[in-house]
Ligand binder design. Structure first.
Ligand code: NAD
Length: 343
């Protein structure tokens, strides 16, 4: 699948998309990317400075739910690949107000699938001439599988049991993507990954919040008793995995990607505080003293963990970044950002 010409990346001004685009352009000289992003509160064009002068990156501000716009992009640019990141992504927001999650995550995915069907297929299982390689890659989350107990791992065969409006909306979109493979023969792949961390993540998320609150000498809020466990995947490892699945994954298949870094929210907060203590020590005491427990998130899943054997065996992908070095790099980037007052 190395012959992609024009890939539509959705949500490319967000955290993962904006790490993916420069990486993918650098490693694939034969592609150009149309980046369709609505620039919601979570999108930030500053995330794309590395490709600001790259003629192979074209930014279009717009909504994936806008069918006319999506169709126009397909026609104008002859899109023959999609990497679909755009989503409302913050669980807490989905609890406060789920509406946008239903709209963007479900309807938006539907609009993109319909455009792919219209421009890539003549009829079910009849691909248009010249579009044989065209592929739709759907980016999703391990949260669709619900919560694990103290043991076990999610695999591609885990059953779906989403517990938040966010994960339910992502689960719905996964099912839609799956159905377009089985019903129309559309060339789709889906990847479900664990919690990403790294540069350019929105301030609202856990690790940036810990760093920001620590530096502002505010309380660092941790849900419940801090025992909920997440698996942390460095965003660039994720981007490399996406690239493999997009180019070499088997059509109609799902791949789960994890970081092999299971940590409770209390433990990751402590790790971040210790890095901060070493690099930007307080005049007195430790950042650890700012950690405070707050009431738990409703429907809070206890544990996520991933067995990435399938992608390792089939595509040779495994996470390479150690948590120590990934966190060091992340903390240092945010310290610089918050110190300089960057957005
Ligand atoms: P993000 O919130 O940082 O970025 C989302 C981007 O999508 C933003 O730039 C936003 O402007 C854009 N967007 C939102 N609604 C849109 C719409 N209607 N039309 C066009 N653009 C729109 O999210 P992220 O963390 O980069 O996540 C990207 C994808 O990866 C999502 O699908 C998410 O479900 C999935 N995912 C994320 C993680 C994680 O830890 N961040 C883990 C697993 C899966």
């Amino acid at each position: 699948f190395n012959e992609y010409r024009t890939i539509l990346v959705t949500g490319g001004a967000g955290f993962i998309g904006s790490n993916f685009i420069p990486f993918y352009l650098k490693n694939n000289s034969n592609v150009r990317i149309i980046n369709l992003d609505k620039l919601t509160y979570a999108g930030n064009l500053d995330n794309l400075k590395e490709v600001a002068n790259d003629s192979r990156h074209l930014f279009v501000q717009g909504d994936i739910c806008n069918k006319e716009l999506v169709n126009k992009i397909f026609e104008e640019y002859n899109i023959d690949g999609i990497v679909h990141f755009a989503a409302e992504s913050h669980v807490d927001n989905s609890i406060e107000d789920p509406q946008n999650f239903i709209k963007t995550n479900i309807e938006g995915t539907f609009v993109l699938l319909e455009a792919a069907r219209k421009y890539w297929m003549n009829s079910p299982f009849q691909v248009r001439k010249g579009m044989e390689h065209a592929r739709f890659h759907h980016i999703s989350t391990d949260e669709v599988f619900g919560s694990l107990g103290a043991t076990g791992y999610f695999t591609e065969d885990s059953s779906y049991a989403p517990n938040s409006p966010y994960s339910a909306s992502k689960a719905s979109s996964d099912f839609l993507v799956r159905s377009y493979f089985h019903t129309y023969g559309l060339n789709v792949v889906t990847s479900n990954c664990s919690n990403n961390y790294g540069l350019k993540q929105h301030d609202e998320k856990l690790i940036p919040t810990i760093i920001r609150k620590a530096l502002n000498e505010e309380e660092i809020p941790i849900y419940g008793n801090g025992s909920n466990i997440r698996d942390w995947l460095y965003v660039m490892d994720h981007c490399k995995g996406i690239s493999k699945v997009f180019q070499k994954g088997r059509s109609g298949e799902t791949y789960v990607l994890g970081g092999n870094n299971e940590l409770s929210s209390l433990k990751i907060s402590k790790e971040v505080c210790v890095i901060l203590d070493n690099h930007v020590p307080k005049s007195k005491g430790s950042y650890l003293e700012q950690i405070t427990f707050v009431s738990d998130r409703p429907g809070h899943d206890f544990r996520y963990a991933i067995d990435s054997s399938k992608i390792k065996n089939e595509l040779g992908w495994f996470p390479k970044e150690s948590l120590d070095s990934g966190l060091e790099r992340t903390v240092s980037w945010y310290v610089d950002k918050y110190r300089k007052g960057r957005k």
